[in-house]
Design a protein. Structure first.
Length: 495
């Protein structure tokens, strides 16, 4: 984090909360890929790129990484559920020699960043894939689940065994990795493609599963309702399973920005409800995620004011009665295009903040994607840092996951009577609550405060070394697994 001005009473500044995330993925080649920049890089070069990427996230003023771990029936981590991704070594199933997800989590937490694992649940192959899938790939292990649809290769969500396998893959990450969240995007059933001969939209080829599981059931003859039920079942089960395993791990969804055309009045565009079979409004009403990042990929000043109207619509109690976090996805990918002002993204962030201020909720947003913030020597990042990211922010907590604010920590100073000898600070939880982070503010000789977020080692004394003798005081707050923060404990050096 960074320097903070001291308030008038000389106490440490109150923390600021805002989710500032970015999606990162290897898709897009050298120009767009965040990590790795291309398949087949040696392990040490992949690691070096990952370090540089996390440094860029921190320098950009963000506090969360939404890290692509399942792209198309593959894995950027070690698992028995899927083969190693071709994006790592250039060969499907080939071991890169280390675990990228484990390493990414370590790097993120060292920098006070959260890491959310991003999954494409049902995409089996990318349209441009020309290699050979590993023997352990779903297209080879369960060919009966696979559907070819235009240029796309899909796992049929109507197959209960397939839904169970994908859920198992996600839960495997929750169990074995110290992720802060899991995240799924807008790909459930595929976006419609046109028949090259007739030009009409093709139907998804799930006749086999419809006849086996759908027709004659409570859905009658409505295949669309049955498809929506399949996605509903997946989303609800995912949330419940994650909360049973680790209640503090956040579940995030980034649906298409429009639930249905006409909601709110005057809004037009793709109908995700009838084309992707994604009833995202229902999921929000039911509370089947902890945060939503609807993809609001339009400029504020467009003829149909989708961004401004949908930003309000998703927050409204009719859609969000349980007060889940709404952190829109931003089209940072359009930065620098002729019809997008350089100030567009900053204006959108300010508009999101003003809406949250009215509603009384905590703001946030996610950039699509990180590479558009950091390319061209970080031009976009510099613009945002000088306009909307002047102050650091913490990821908001999830109060519905815990109603218990952690006790103030125990903070003990070890005196140092010799110059240039580091000062040691011992920090421990004030009660038996599971502490995930320490929020540490240090007071400098000029009266300003500097804040850092340090990962807590559970159920033990944590030691902090302060080797700058210009630091006069320290403030420590405990942050529990649900993101709720204790009162500060302030200690001053008198030696």
């Amino acid at each position: 984090m960074g320097a903070q001005s001291a308030p008038m009473n000389n106490a440490p500044p109150e923390p600021k909360y805002e989710f500032r995330g970015a999606w990162v993925t290897p898709i897009g080649g050298r120009e767009l890929a965040e990590w790795p920049s291309r398949p087949g890089l040696p392990m040490n070069q992949q690691k070096a790129e990952l370090v540089a990427m996390m440094d860029n996230v921190k320098a950009a003023g963000l506090n969360a990484v939404i890290f692509h771990v399942r792209i198309a029936g593959d894995a950027l981590y070690r698992t028995s559920y899927a083969p190693w991704s071709v994006f790592l070594t250039g060969v499907s199933g080939q071991d890169p020699g280390y675990d990228p997800l484990e390493y990414a989590i370590e790097l993120a937490h060292e920098r006070g960043l959260q890491l959310h694992a991003w999954f494409n649940p049902f995409r089996a192959m990318l349209p441009n894939f020309r290699g050979r899938a590993a023997a352990s790939h779903v297209t080879n292990t369960h060919p009966g689940w696979i559907r070819d649809y235009g240029s796309q290769t899909w796992i049929d969500p109507g197959e209960p065994g397939a839904r169970g396998e994908v859920l198992g893959a996600i839960l495997d990450v929750v169990k074995r990795y110290d992720v802060d969240g899991v995240h799924i995007d807008d790909y459930f059933y595929p976006y419609k493609e046109a028949d090259p001969r007739s030009g009409r939209a093709m139907d998804f080829p799930d006749q086999t599963t419809w006849l086996k599981y759908g027709i004659g059931s409570r859905f009658g003859n409505s295949r669309d309702d049955w498809r929506r039920h399949n996605v509903d079942d997946f989303v609800a089960t995912l949330y419940n399973l994650v909360k049973q395993e680790k209640p503090w791990v956040a579940v995030g969804i980034s649906p298409f920005g429009i639930w249905r055309p006409g909601y709110p009045a005057g809004i037009s565009g793709l109908d995700a409800y009838s084309q992707l079979y994604a009833d995202s409004r229902k999921w929000l009403i039911e509370g089947w995620a902890d945060y939503y990042s609807p993809q609001l990929y339009w400029p504020i000043g467009s003829a149909v004011p989708r961004f401004s109207q949908l930003n309000v619509w998703w927050q409204a109690p009719e859609q969000n009665p349980l007060g889940r976090h709404i952190w829109p996805g931003l089209a940072t990918m359009h930065w620098g295009k002729p019809d997008w002002r350089d100030t567009e993204i900053a204006s959108q962030i300010e508009l999101i903040r003003s809406t949250h201020s009215i509603v009384g909720s905590v703001p946030g947003h996610v950039h699509f994607r990180l590479s558009f913030l950091t390319r061209n020597a970080g031009e976009a990042s510099r613009v945002l840092n000088s306009n909307v990211y002047q102050d650091d922010a913490l990821v908001p907590g999830y109060p519905w996951l815990s109603d218990s604010v952690p006790a103030a920590p125990r903070v003990d100073l070890a005196p140092s009577y010799m110059l240039h000898v580091p000062r040691h600070v011992a920090i421990a939880a004030g009660d038996t609550a599971e502490i995930r982070w320490w929020y540490i503010q240090t007071k400098k000789a000029d009266g300003s405060w500097e804040a850092t977020l340090q990962r807590a080692v559970a159920h033990t004394v944590n030691y902090l070394v302060v080797d700058n003798f210009n630091i006069l005081a320290i403030s420590v707050r405990a942050v529990n697994t649900s993101g709720l923060m204790s009162a500060p404990v302030i200690r001053e050096w008198n030696d």
